[in-house]
Design a protein around this ligand. Sequence first.
Ligand SMILES: NC(=O)c1ccc[n+]([C@@H]2O[C@H](COP(=O)([O-])OP(=O)(O)OC[C@H]3O[C@@H](n4cnc5c(N)ncnc54)[C@H](OP(=O)(O)O)[C@@H]3O)[C@@H](O)[C@H]2O)c1
Length: 170
Amino acid sequence: MDNQPKLYLIAAMSENHVIGKENHLPWHLPDEWKHFKKVTNGKPFLMGRKSYDAPDALHSTYRNVILTEHPETYPNPETQFATDLHTAMALLREENEVFVLGGASVFVQTLPLAEKLFLTIVHAEVEGDAYFPEFDLKDWDLISSEFHGIDEDHKHAFSMNLYVRKKPEI
Ligand SMILES: NC(=O)c1ccc[n+]([C@@H]2O[C@H](COP(=O)([O-])OP(=O)(O)OC[C@H]3O[C@@H](n4cnc5c(N)ncnc54)[C@H](OP(=O)(O)O)[C@@H]3O)[C@@H](O)[C@H]2O)c1
């Protein structure tokens, strides 16, 4: 492929890497959600079909490319579908930056290609059935981290971290 957009993964995970339970977010953190919306505002999204269908899903107001093996079941003309990652990246090749919104299966496939991780760490051990993939912090520079404490609207504290992949040493 000629032009490749930069891929930015955006996710919130617990200390034990949980990102979801029964196709829902396993927490309610309104200020984290605001941060999520602010960072991704107006950007193209790439995501898996289950995350797209989740009741608490965030959809791009600009462009959504959804990975699914069953695109014919979706009548929404404003959203594009791709039956594999290569096709999705070809659809998005004119974009400069694409946010990957998950879920677990799509994070696994795209983490090796990602340049940035907008990764919120929810400071709790949480039960779930969807996980952010393991990754080696040594491969990433922590550029910024904003801590949010517990309050009446936020049952868990969390840190909104931005990691950038280290450049390979020559
Ligand atoms: N905390 C967070 O930041 C965050 C963010 C997003 C999602 N989540 C959570 O993550 C969970 C969902 O993750 P998940 O892994 O179960 O589902 P997912 O990755 O959202 O979607 C999986 C589906 O995407 C399609 N797909 C994925 N890769 C594909 C490929 N290479 N080619 C064609 N189709 C492909 C398939 O759809 P078809 O079955 O239609 O073929 C597959 O069943 C939910 O619990 C959600 O709440 C959490």
